[in-house]
Every structure is written in structure tokens, then in C-alpha cells.
Design a protein around this ligand. Sequence first.
Ligand SMILES: Cc1ncc(Cc2csc(CCOP(=O)(O)OP(=O)(O)O)c2C)c(N)n1
Ligand SMILES: [Mg+2]
Length: 543
Amino acid sequence: MSETLATALLHALKSRGARNIFGIPGDFVLPFFRVIEDSNILPFYTLSHEPSVGYAADASARISSTLGVAVITYGAGALNMVNAVAQAYAEKSPLVVISGGPGKGEGELGLGLHHQVKTLNSQLEIYKELTCDQTVLNNPATAPADIARVLDSAQKQSRPVYIEIPRDLVDAPCGPVPAYTPDTPDMDAARACATEILTRLKSAKSPAILIGVESRRYGLENKIGKLCKTLGIPVATSFMGRGLFAEHDLPLLGTYLGTAGDEHIAQSIEGADALLMLGVITSDTNFGVSGKNIDMRGAISAFDNAVDFAHYSYPNITLETLIDAMAEIAEPIGKATGNHKPAYSRGLPDDDTPLSPSHIATAVNDLFATHGRMPIASDMGDCFFTGLEIENTEFAGPGYYASMGPGVPAGMAIAASGKRPIVLVGDGAFQMTGWELGNCRKYGWAPIVILFNNKSWEMLRTFQPGPGYHDLDDWHYAQIAPHLGGKGVRVQTCAELKQALEVAHADDSCFQLIEVMLERGDVSDTLAGFVDAVRKMSALGNE
Ligand SMILES: Cc1ncc(Cc2csc(CCOP(=O)(O)OP(=O)(O)O)c2C)c(N)n1
Ligand SMILES: [Mg+2]
């Protein structure tokens, strides 16, 4: 069957693992939308605002370790989504942005086009700063190779890419897109590097391993879990890597949060005389509250397809190639068996105790103990820090770029993948993208949304106590839920929250919104620990 430019692109996305498309149409992308609908090559879901489209497609990539796909119109649509794509870039998510674009001749009319910024290329120039590769498909003859190059880049670098499809070329005849072509691994270099790493770990008194998001992005949790189990060295995940290895058996201590987290974990990582970092973003959120600066000279970092030692680097070694090379020669080094598991709070009192954020974590832990774990999508705010007090489970959250807004759209993407998520979101972030819940009914999605209503931008207040502009009004979100096609309940006490979670879990007929009333100034134990650690670090810095 002969391909068109549009069907060739859609078949290429599907053959490389994309599961669905999120989007909002516009006249520049209507022709492509028609092909998406008529061809049914990939299921697609429309949302109400492009930032949510970006967040949902990004989450789709994260939860399935594959390509996420966002389709939007030129100008107003694509530029509306910039922040979500920036977050995907910073947090290494392979999001494919497909924007409709002006037709070949439109630019020659000598008229400014609607949705145009400075020039017709402005959007491409802006997206060059947010993506690792780009193409404008204005030549059907080269389109198969152009698409293959850009999608290969997304998969190899696990970063967003940009594809612009001129609206008058959507149905142009086009050859099939070549399949994914992995780089040929340099196994000699990988084996030399693996030998050097294992020698370092063996000769260290207290080696440790820190694992970050790349292990999920490249679908390596099984391989890395097996390797760590063989080595018997203590393992922790980074702040960004929260939720990794939830289904795996390895000597996992928990999430490293520096002085803001579990002391035993902090000692193991900060006290390591050989720290192997696998796929870890070296960022302030991952290391900003380290009790003592981790001696990066003794650390080995495998990240962004290179392995860096203190003063030299092995370039072009993918994380998977390194793990394979290490697995060939790995043997037990330590006796760590993961016996140290952080204690997650259980047993929420069934009484009139007023709710605090950490009670929410206890209530969810109790729910998981009764009904089994569920994936979590978290927004940014105290809800994210509370999420760190919940048992280790699949977790999608903006732990590095830290934008508000992804929580509800990410939960909807998890629901689209066939799993039922719990969404953690603050009232401020809900005001940004929570209304997307109104799109759940048409797709039959039933996330359980826990809304932290402290009538405040509380996380900011913890950093800057005093100003009144952190105060938010009470929008009575639970009362709005039925108008959006879901069910809502407002809870103030532990007993009410316990009951509401059980009722919500038992009812998957629609989304369930549990509005938890919290006092301004009352934050989770983890956020309080983080703020305290940041204050101590800055005090030390000022000495
Ligand atoms: C898109 C964007 N704009 C502003 C900000 C800056 C910010 C970080 S945390 C925060 C307050 C969050 O309030 P919320 O009620 O959702 O949660 P909580 O603190 O628990 O009360 C703001 C405004 C970020 N991160 N992203
Ligand atoms: Mg709030």
C-alpha cells in the first residue's frame, strides 16, 4: 500500500513504540488530524489546552519508556506548549512534537500569516532550543530519511524532537520511513570501561550506586536491577528517579534526598568512596541538599551516552551497552540485600484528627496495603514531597524542571495506557490544568485525584513567609467535579479521608476528586525537611 507523508510518519511512530497521540487541532494541522482519525494507526486524544497536551504526551513516554506524541497547530498551539516541552527536554523524555505548518506557497504571498511570529521560521528557531533534533517536511523525497533521523535522535538521546508538516503536503506520496537504526556499540571500549568501573567498586571500602531517570527512559530497569542484585552494593534512586524499580528485587535503599531524607541513605551515598551514577541528572534537586558535597572526583557518571570519570571520559557508550558489558563480568562485591527499607507510615487513625499533608501519604499507603499499589502522577508543590512518603510505586512527576501543571494530564495519560492512577495535585496547580478532568468521561478514564487544598501557594510560602500573595481563594473544587463528569468529596479529618479513598477506589465509573482541606502553613514532613536543609546549606554558604 503506498504511503503518504502523513501515514508514513504515523507508521514510523507506531513501529518505534509510540502508543498514542495527544493533541489539539488548528487550521494548519487539520489535514494531518484528518489522516490521524481516518487511518486509525494510533489512538488519539484531544485535550483542552496545549500545555496539558505536552504534559500528557510526555507522561505517556515516561510510563511506557517509549515515544510520546503531541500534535498541535502552528503558532498559537505549538508556542502554547513550549514550557511542557522544556520540561520534557530537561527531564530527558522522548516527546515527539508534530506541528502543522504553512503550505509551500503560503510564505510567498508577501502577507503575514495568522499565527506567525517574527518570521515563518520563528517557531522552528524557538523549538531548536527545546529539542535535540528537528525537521520541516517540505520535501516528500527526503521525508522518509528526515523522519528516520529525527525519530532516531529522540530514541537515542531520550529528548524531545520537532517535526513540522506543511499542511499542503500531508497527502503527498512518500516512501516508507526506514526502521530505527541503533548505533553499533563499541564493545571494546565498553568492556574496558566496565572493567575499570568494577575494579573501582571492588577496591572501594564503601561503594554505592545511584540510579536516575535514564534507567526508565531506556527501559533498563530489568537489566540494571539484575546487575545491582549480583553486585550486592547499596543502591538508591535519585530524587528525579523516584518510583524506579518499584517492581524489582535489588538492594534498593530508597530515594536519596540528602539531609532532607533518610539518614542511612544519605550516609551510604555521601559516604561512598566510589559512587557509580547510572543515568542521573546532576541537578540541584538531585544534589542540592547533600549533607556534604559528594566528592564527584570519586564518582563515575554514565549519562547522555558517555561515561565520565573525574578527569577523563569514554564517549559514545550508551547506558545499555555499559550495563551489558558490566553484566558480562559482574560478580558479587558486597553483601547488600536491600534489607534496609525506609519505613513508610501506615495506620491512619480512623478519627476526627484534622488532616495534614503527611496523613495523605499514610492513607495512600494503607490503601496500597489493602488493594495493591497504583501508579502515581504528581504535580509540583507539597504534593510532590508528600509523594516521597508513599511506598515506592511507579511515579511520574517533575522532579527536576519542577513546572506546575503536569499532574492531572499525566494521570490521564496513565489512564489512557490502561492503568488507574492516583494523582497528587495542589490547589494552585489544579487551577492551571485540573480542568482537563472534564475530558475523562469521553474516554472512560477514572483517575483518583487527591487535591491538596491549603488555599495557598504553600511551597513558596515556606521559602518566603509573610506576603499575602501566596493566599489563594477557596474554589470548592469537590462541588465542581460532577459538572466535569466526575464525583467529588471534601474531607477535613483522617476518618473522612480513609472513607473517601475506599469509596473512590471502589468506583471506577468516572474520575474521583478527593479535596483534602489543609491549613496554610502546614506542610509535609519531607518538604519541611527540604526547606530546613536548604536553609542550612545557604547558611553554610554565607559563612
Ligand atoms: C508553571 C509554574 N509556575 C510557577 C511555579 C512556581 C511555584 C512553585 S510551587 C508553587 C505553588 C504551588 O501551589 P500549589 O497549591 O499547587 O501547591 P502547594 O505549594 O502544596 O500549596 C509555585 C507557584 C512553577 N513551579 N511552575
Ligand atoms: Mg496549595
